[in-house]
Design a protein around this ligand. Structure first.
Ligand code: DX5
Ligand code: ZN
Length: 217
């Protein structure tokens, strides 16, 4: 069963608590929280205080995507704020394994992400240590961009490696996901679709997600 993680980057920030609460009623599986620092990406979004403030609005897992330089500086704060999955970028830290270990030591699930320009080989050494691989199919920073197919062979390669090593890690994709690109990613082997604009702009988010889930490989 495919999991769907709506990205609250596309939510109405003036009513963020309600928007997060609504996701559970709409039938979402996770809440995808995009954290940006204005350095790793050219945008600034949500910090630990906001994550903490919206945590009581839902019982869904928080999938926190850290698009920040040297994420190890903030892992503990996001763990304390109520993150369930904490994902760091392979390009953002000198010590990827250290960041993964830090996340695990706080009792959280560790995710690793890679940008469209980054080759799959950059994350390969860490696959056995992670609980989630997040393949970016846009340059991180903004919602509403077009899907970059360069992620598809990486998804297929990751699916093959996870199966080969008997890992049950989640394989997620993020960026430009809609009912068509989502289908291509399911075919390539993802278990989680993260999506912002296609869900929040939909007149019926529940029906849209049901459509995505109905598609099986
Ligand atoms: C992009 C973020 C994504 C973004 C996806 O930097 O990491 O999670 O919210 O938005 P859409 O689905 O609109 O591409
Ligand atoms: Zn994201």
């Amino acid at each position: 069963m495919i999991k769907i993680a709506p990205s609250i980057l596309s939510a109405d920030f003036s009513r963020l608590g309600e928007e997060v609460g609504r996701l559970e009623t709409e039938g979402a599986d996770w809440v995808h929280v995009d954290v940006m620092d204005g350095v790793f990406v050219p945008n600034i979004t949500i910090g630990p205080a906001v994550v903490k403030a919206i945590r009581p609005c839902t019982s869904l897992p928080f999938d926190v995507h850290l698009m920040i330089t040297s994420p190890e500086r903030y892992i503990e704060q996001f763990a304390d704020a109520g993150a369930d999955y904490i994902t760091v970028h392979v390009e953002a830290t000198e010590d990827v394994k250290g960041a993964i270990d830090r996340i695990h030591s706080l009792g959280k699930k560790a995710g690793l992400s890679l940008n469209p320009e980054t080759p799959f080989t950059a994350v390969e050494p860490y696959l056995e240590h992670i609980d989630l691989l997040l393949v970016m199919t846009v340059r991180p920073g903004f919602g509403g961009q077009s899907f970059m197919p360069v992620g598809l062979p990486k998804i297929a390669a990751a699916r093959e490696r996870f199966d080969a090593i008997g890992s049950s890690a989640e394989l997620a994709v993020d960026g430009g996901i809609n009912r068509d690109t989502g289908r291509e990613c399911i075919d390539a082997g993802v278990s989680v679709l993260a999506a912002g604009s296609a869900l929040f702009k939909s007149p019926d988010m529940r029906a849209e997600m049901e459509l995505w889930r109905a598609y099986k490989r």
